[in-house]
Design a protein around this ligand. Sequence first.
Ligand code: MG
Ligand code: MG
Length: 260
Amino acid sequence: MSWANLKIRRKTPEQIEKMAASGKILADVFLEVRRLVEPGVTTGAIDQRLEEMIRDAGCVPSFKGYHGFPASACISTNEEVVHGIPGDRVLEEGDIVGIDIGLIHDGWHADSAETMAVGEVDPETARLLRVTDEALWQGIGEIGVGKRLSVIGTAIEALAREQDFAVVETLVGHGIGQKMHEDPQVPNYRCYSMPDPVMDEGLVIAIEPMINVGTKRVVTLEDGWTVVTADRKLSAHFEHTVAVTAEGPRVLTDRPRRTP
Ligand code: MG
Ligand code: MG
């Protein structure tokens, strides 16, 4: 564990206010995106519309061009875990679709994701969405100044296991600020191989559990981006950008929760 190399950029209260402004815009984008998700729409059309919303708000979609990523959002359906490329895929009744969006406003990043039901989904699929959303919030609920970062992943993993689901381990959350990905990494499970810093006031992190119905193992498709479950069973992903404050966690991308 190379603790010495950990570069945590703590934010001042003024900087957190700027990140909150970014987060509010992103939350509002999600409220609109929810209205777009329905049977018959393509993932490409959703991406196009949300990019317009981001640019109309005076922001930049941070994923576009990131390591060559071709779109403004990662849109991942069913067995796709994350990093799906929007395109011609038509959403169908009963699908689930994970939408992950990042934007930059006034130099400050916000990053959030939500997995949505397309029309009606079966009860087991609905349970996956509810548990993943709840796991994120239980992780957030553990945040506190002076506590170790690992309390987050420990809480997420505990709920997932209790519900007989599996947490993806090879993809993790991250610090966020003037860069999309900053230190520290934020695992969604009790991890013994990464630095486990104490949370201080001003730490801002993106917490993003990916939870699978079957195996925790994932593979990347030949497009070089799309991560799918190794057994092709369903996966869900929820993410918020959260600041650690003296008063507790402040969810900068907060919006009304909505799961089936
Ligand atoms: Mg994200
Ligand atoms: Mg993220």
